[in-house]
Design a protein around this ligand. Structure first.
Ligand SMILES: *Cc1c(COP(=O)(O)O)cnc(C)c1O
Length: 419
């Protein structure tokens, strides 16, 4: 069709064959997508979303009707008391940071019960030395690893009986680890368990990559706060930046006062003209998440058929949009990632190479040919250069582009000495 595309005939027929075999898995996600679409539309109706909400504020951002309506829509979708949805959050990690600094005071205790948190939080917490970390303010921290891909109930119970913990963090998606991501049912079970031991503990969830993958979200199952990025699932590929925090009203208030300033909180923060994009992205988000999931499912099936180890398996229940391919081979990880980059709409001519990244301890290779910088609801693939050489692939704004990229990247993988 075009010289820039490597569409091996064998791969085309393999992918088409696999596509037929994954239809019932697609169906399961399609049903969840319809359910979540209804959730979104109901929240739009309930809050009477209209053209006036697209208007921008500048400067201080007082009386931003659209911003306030967006936050009410988010609160309704998450069944939470309140929400903070702002472009002043520069990333998901920033929103997590704001939440942690909002909730914790010197001498307070933070406990992670899903092992070591996401890489970018290491300097925030003080796992890695930083003179602006929570640790530098005298906030204590500890972590309990997962046990056989579930919470270590016995250790959690012992710990809570012997320590005065203020905040518990649960990270659902696996990040750059090899564990399984945590389903909403597992979150519900552990939350009930914790609240029976101590009603006062604040449970905060890193919900990145999990939104709209299942029918329920963390606040519905008893969590106090959930946090995520708008250049992942909920932005639908349209939101230009930002992040959200949803949950208990008193805690959202603390987060708002930390994000802006004590005394002004959520009353300030200009939307600068992005309200329409945030609403439109949210409107599309269930379908875009579905496209990502279908791309992940097909990828899992095809790479599995080609003999590679994959996680999750194509027909396994999905908790997030991330698909792992465990290459056990550095060159194959690099080649596949380059294949994804070269089938992207943007920067297709760039050749990604392993590189040192701020906040990450190993070299990382990243393919991200996205309209929005760093957006990973758009098809992207990355991985740390360490054993067992795992590609973390996620996203695709449409299934068809995902499928084309998969054919191209697997064709590329088969090529011995090409770029
Ligand atoms: C993406 C992600 C974050 C936040 O990342 P940002 O790039 O800062 O938005 C945090 N936790 C997990 C598990 C993630 O996947």
């Amino acid at each position: 069709m075009n010289d820039t595309f490597l569409l091996d005939e064998k791969m085309i027929s393999l992918v088409n064959g696999c596509e037929k075999e994954v239809q019932s898995t697609f169906k399961r996600q399609e049903e969840i997508c319809t359910y979540n679409s209804l959730k979104v539309l109901s929240a739009f109706h309930k809050n009477k979303i209209n053209e006036a909400h697209f208007n921008a504020t500048t400067g201080y951002g007082y009386n931003d009707l659209g911003r306030d309506a967006i936050e009410q829509v988010y609160a309704d979708i998450f069944k939470s008391e309140a929400a903070l949805v702002r472009s002043q959050f520069i990333s998901g990690s920033h929103a997590l940071t704001v939440a942690l600094f909002a909730l914790l005071r010197p001498g307070d205790f933070l406990l992670s019960i899903t092992g070591t948190p996401y890489d970018t939080l290491h300097e925030v917490i003080g796992i890695k030395e930083n003179s602006s970390s929570l640790k530098s303010f005298g906030v204590l921290y500890d972590e309990i690893d997962l046990k056989e891909n579930d919470f270590d109930y016995q250790k959690i119970e012992e710990y809570l009986k012997n320590h005065s913990v203020k905040v518990i963090e649960i990270q659902r998606s696996k990040g750059y680890s090899t564990r399984k991501s945590i389903s909403i049912e597992k979150v519900e079970k552990v939350v009930n368990f914790i609240k029976k031991i101590n009603q006062e503990i604040i449970i905060m969830v890193d919900n990145c990559y999990c939104e709209f993958v299942s029918k329920k979200e963390p606040i519905e199952v008893g969590c106090d706060l959930a946090v995520g990025s708008l250049i992942k699932n909920l932005g639908g590929g349209i939101a230009p930046n930002g992040a959200y925090i949803v949950g208990r009203k008193d805690l959202i208030h603390l987060c708002a006062e930390r994000l802006t300033l004590p005394g002004e909180g959520a009353e300030v923060g200009p939307s600068l003209g992005i309200n329409k994009s945030i609403l439109q992205g949210l409107f599309l988000a269930p379908s875009v998440v579905l496209s990502s999931l279908k791309t992940a499912i097909l990828t899992s099936k095809v790479l599995g058929e080609l003999g590679y180890e994959v996680d999750p398996k194509y027909d396994e229940e999905r908790v997030d949009i991330v698909q792992n391919i465990i290459f056990h081979d550095k060159d194959k990880l690099i080649k596949y990632t380059q294949g994804i980059q070269s089938s992207s709409p943007i920067d297709s001519m760039a050749l990604p190479l392993p590189w040192d990244m701020p906040g990450y301890s190993d070299q990382v290779i990243m393919a991200s040919g996205s309209f929005t910088q760093g957006s990973s609801i758009e098809l992207s693939c990355d991985g740390p250069i360490r054993e067992p050489f795992i590609a973390y692939q996620q996203g695709s704004l449409t299934y068809e582009y995902g499928k084309i990229a998969l054919i191209h990247a697997t064709s590329f993988l088969g090529e011995k000495h090409e770029n």
